[in-house]
Design a protein around this ligand. Sequence first.
Ligand SMILES: [Zn+2]
Ligand SMILES: [Zn+2]
Ligand SMILES: [Zn+2]
Length: 379
Amino acid sequence: MNVEVRVTDSSKGKGLYAKCKILKESLIFEEDPLVSCQFSWNSAYRYLACDHCLRPLETAQENASRLSGHPIDLPYPECCTTDKSKFTKCSTCFTQYCSEECKTQALEQYHSIICLQTQDKNSAHPLEQLNEAWKQVHYPPETNSIFLIVRLLARILKAPNKEIAIAQTLQFCHRTVNEDADLAHKLLGDKFADQLSLLHNKFIAVVPHEGIEQFLSYEGFLSLLALIGTNGQGVGTSAISEWARNAESLLLSDDDKKVLDSFIDHLYQQMDENVGEFLNNEGVALYSLQSTCNHSCSPNAEPKFLHNNHRLSLVATQDIEEGEEIFISYLDECFLNRSRHSRMKELMRNYLFVCQCPKCESEADQEDVTSEEEEDMSE
Ligand SMILES: [Zn+2]
Ligand SMILES: [Zn+2]
Ligand SMILES: [Zn+2]
C-alpha cells in the first residue's frame, strides 16, 4: 500500500497520505465498496446494470441503440466486453447479476435479508413502497439512494461479527444530532424535508430490527442519511464508452481511424439528442479508504471506474510527494470552476465545512460574489 490514513489537524479528523512518491496518472489504490446500488430512476428508465456491481447488462450495440433511440450497427463488435453467458438471476426474486460471483457476494453480504419474497397481491412489497417514496423526493439528476442505507443495515444483519460491521458503519458517522438533521434535510432539499418521517416509516418496514435498533430510531435514520449524503461516491458504468475506449486503442490504418472517430462523434451526438446527459448506468457507493480523502478545490487525485463496475481506482492527477496529503474534489467539474464564494457555499451546504485548500486561501481576497447563473444552478 502506497498510502496510509493519519489523524490530521483539519476539522475532518482523518486524512490520507502518500507513503512514497506517486507519479501523475499512476494508480494510487483500488477498492471495492462496502455497499453500492444503482439509482432508482436510472433503474426505472431501464438502464440495465448488475444489481451488485453495476456492470452493464447490455451489449454496447444494445446500449447505443437504446440511448440513440434507433437501431445502431456497431463496427468492431469484439471491443464490447459484455458477456451474457455469465449473467444469472436470484432464483427467488429474479434480480439480475452479471456473474455467479456477484450473485453469491450479494446473497452472502445483504441480498438474502431483502430478497423480495412471494408477494401479497393486494399491496406493493415494502421495498417497492420505499422505492416509490424515495423516487418522489429524489428526482433526476440523482445524487444518492436510500437503498445504500438498506444494504448497509442488511450487511450488518448478515455479518458473521456484528460488532465489526457496526464499527465499519460508524467509522463514517461522526457528527452531532443537529448537524445530521441539517445534512439529512439538505439531501432531500427544502421542498421535500417534510417527507422525512414518511420516508422513515417506509424505511423501518423493510429490514428486521433485531441487532440494529440504534440505526432505526428517527435520529438514527437522519444520521444514516447524513452519512450517505457526505460519503456517498457516485459510480458510473457504460457498455458503449467501454466499447469506444477499446475501439480507439485498436491498431488501425489512418483512414480506418478517421472513419471510426467520425462514427463515434456522430453516435455521441445522436445519443446526446435523445437522452442528454443520461448516458451511464449510475449509482452510489460507500468506500472505506476513499472516504478518508479530504477535499481540495485543486485536488491531486481523482476516483475512476476503470473496470466498468463499482470497483474504484484512485488515480493521481499530479505528481504527489512522499508524506503529502491526497485530496479529491467533493464538487463536480462544473462547480470547481466557479468562484471561491460559490464553492464555499456549496461545501458548507452539503458537507458543513469551510474549505481551506490552497486555491481557496489564494483567492481569499476575492469579493464574495455569486453570479446570477450560479444562483440559479444552486437552487
Ligand atoms: Zn456484477
Ligand atoms: Zn432475491
Ligand atoms: Zn477550496
